[in-house]
Design a protein around this ligand. Structure first.
Ligand SMILES: [Zn+2]
Length: 219
């Protein structure tokens, strides 16, 4: 997961209390969430939902509350349903969602699982870990099993890009210029506007030398 900053001013259409997913809301949340699902971190997903962070269950205030509307892919929205109402909040600066949940990438293209590890002792961190585990690893339906494998493959492809740069940086024959280029490219890949940046960032945080070099730039 990745933290974002939400502007206080709500899109105007919400004031009518008729639709929570009008064009201005879509545009605003696309911008705020870098066109990424806030849960699985897929960039530019095929199917976008305006997701209620806390399930509204018919509550009109929660339904049209600007602060309750998030950018999610339909797969994550479907998995989350109404069942996870105590998650770490990526819009709350008090919740460091990246550091709270360690994301470790798949080590092969068709790895059966990725590791989601709780790093903070709180109920909301535990609930978030449970949901992310289900999103990335669950085989609870055949559809989710197949789409989960596709998702892990996409994470692996991004991880592979990162590994190429890490290998360039650590190559015994790398020139200083090549090392500098590799670091700049690693910075691009761990930026939160990039797909699966939590996985990429955790690769760096888990590396003794790169974490010293880049750890402070990761939030
Ligand atoms: Zn998603």
């Amino acid at each position: 997961m990745f933290n974002v900053s939400r502007p206080a001013t709500a899109p105007v259409s919400l004031a009518k209390l008729k639709k929570y997913d009008s064009g201005d809301v879509y545009q605003a949340i696309c911008d705020i969430f870098y066109n990424k699902c806030y849960l699985c971190e897929t960039k530019e997903p095929h199917d976008i939902n305006v997701e209620h962070f806390r399930a509204h269950m018919g509550d009109e205030i929660l339904k049209y509350d600007w602060n309750n509307l998030y950018f999610a892919c339909s797969r994550c929205n479907n998995i989350k349903g109404d069942n996870y109402n105590n998650l770490l909040d990526c819009c709350n600066p008090q919740d460091n969602v990246l550091r709270a949940i360690k994301h470790l990438p798949p080590t092969t293209p068709y790895a059966k699982t990725v590791q989601i590890v709780i790093n903070l002792d709180s109920e909301s961190a535990k609930t978030t870990k449970d949901l992310l585990d289900k999103i990335y690893n669950s085989e609870h339906t055949i559809n989710k099993k197949v789409s989960g494998a596709y998702l892990r493959k996409k994470i692996f492809d991004q991880y592979n890009l990162l590994l190429t740069q890490i290998n360039s940086y650590y190559s015994p024959i790398a020139t200083q210029e090549e090392k500098n280029t590799a670091i700049e490219r690693i910075k691009l890949l761990i930026n939160k506007d990039q797909p699966y940046s939590a996985f990429m960032s955790w690769c760096i945080l888990e590396d003794e030398k790169l974490s010293q070099l880049l750890g402070e730039t990761i939030d």
